[in-house]
Design a protein around this ligand. Structure first.
Ligand code: SF4
Length: 337
């Protein structure tokens, strides 16, 4: 086991009051595994990633445990944590232009992580930077090393971000919508690169995305989040073939189909409730066609419906048997369109 997250909850102070942004998130990741975290914006995907990296505002309250290779990283001191970032785990963000420093050469920005985490000489660092540029598929690495971010295309800049994240060979790489800002062809190349890196390094990857197409391309397992909670978890093929939670089915219905106009995840009617107005029962109840009385009053817990497949929905009991509902449960009709 590479990463084990147990009952992770996060509260942030807003207008003098604490609001719960994440509520008892639990999941595991093995070495060499890519796990997708999916959901609409506001579901807590990025906050989960920032909580793992502990890149949170000062007054954030974090509960639960996060273990990386058996070491409890939520007990780390600030210094140890800083060392751990880049060395044990790294993160890639959506927009490489805002993440890169426009005043520094790309070589220098990759080198910084090596200065912080290794004892390499200047010469060794330069050689490693050139090797990294090469590994992420960038041409003429020995010239590129002295260029500035604005001289590069969006796809090249994202490759630089990956090189920075890879510099110290972390065990865990967290990618937050790494291809959203890129056009489709470049997106496919970056996803291919991520797959290659995973195979070569056996690192664990968390892929945060709103795009089920990206999930299908790179993930082994998927965690579906809704309103700060995990509502379904399954291996990728199982989730696509046998989605259980009505929200997951809604997400899958939002995938563009051949010959049809591309639909965004926003095609599920309604919006994600805010932490200040969280319903008492199932958080999806207001948007769910199958909502029953119990859904409005009592929150469903994660239930094992078959090996490796869990969901939090009153429609299913242990073993995946369906509880009574009079409406259609076919994915195509699970949600209003
Ligand atoms: Fe719908 Fe009820 Fe399941 Fe929530 S628990 S997703 S409201 S059926």
């Amino acid at each position: 086991m590479l990463l084990e997250v147990k009952d992770l909850s996060l509260s942030l102070k807003r207008e003098g009051k604490y609001s719960k942004i994440l509520d008892q998130i639990s999941f595991k990741i093995d070495k060499g595994e890519t796990v997708g975290i999916v959901g609409e914006s506001g579901c807590g995907k990025s906050m989960t990633a920032l909580s793992l990296m502990r890149l949170l505002p000062d007054k954030a309250r974090l509960e639960g445990t996060v273990e990386l290779e058996g070491e409890k990283i939520n007990d780390f001191s600030k210094r140890k944590l800083q060392k751990s970032r880049g060395n044990q785990m790294s993160m890639i963000f959506q927009n490489p232009l805002t993440s890169l420093n426009p005043l520094q050469t790309v070589g220098r920005q990759i080198e910084e992580s090596l200065i912080l985490h290794t004892n390499m000489s200047k010469r060794e660092r330069r050689a490693r930077v050139i090797q990294l540029l090469d590994e992420v598929g960038l041409p003429r690495a020995d010239e590129l090393i002295d260029e500035y971010p604005h001289q590069l295309s969006g796809g090249m800049r994202q490759r630089i971000m990956i090189a920075i994240a890879m510099a110290c060979a972390p065990q865990l790489l967290i990618c937050d919508e790494p291809t959203t800002a890129l056009d489709v062809t470049i997106q496919a190349q970056i996803l291919e690169l991520m797959n290659k890196i995973k195979e070569e390094t056996q690192m664990g990857i968390i892929m945060i995305t709103h795009d089920m197409g990206v999930v299908a391309e790179v993930c082994d397992r998927v965690i579906v989040m809704y309103a700060g909670r995990v509502v379904e978890e399954a291996p990728v093929v199982e989730l696509f073939e046998n989605p259980k939670h009505p929200y997951t089915r809604g997400l899958l219905n939002s995938i563009p189909k051949l010959g049809k106009r591309k639909l965004q995840l926003g095609s599920i009617p309604g919006t994600v409730p805010t932490p200040e107005n969280m319903p008492k029962g199932c958080r999806f109840a207001d948007r769910c066609e199958h909502a029953m009385d119990i859904c409005k009053t009592t929150s469903p817990q994660m239930t094992q419906i078959k090996e490796n497949h869990q969901t939090a929905c009153w429609l299913y009991d242990e073993g995946g048997n369906k509880n009574g509902t009079t409406r259609s449960e076919k994915p195509e009709t699970a949600l209003h369109h």
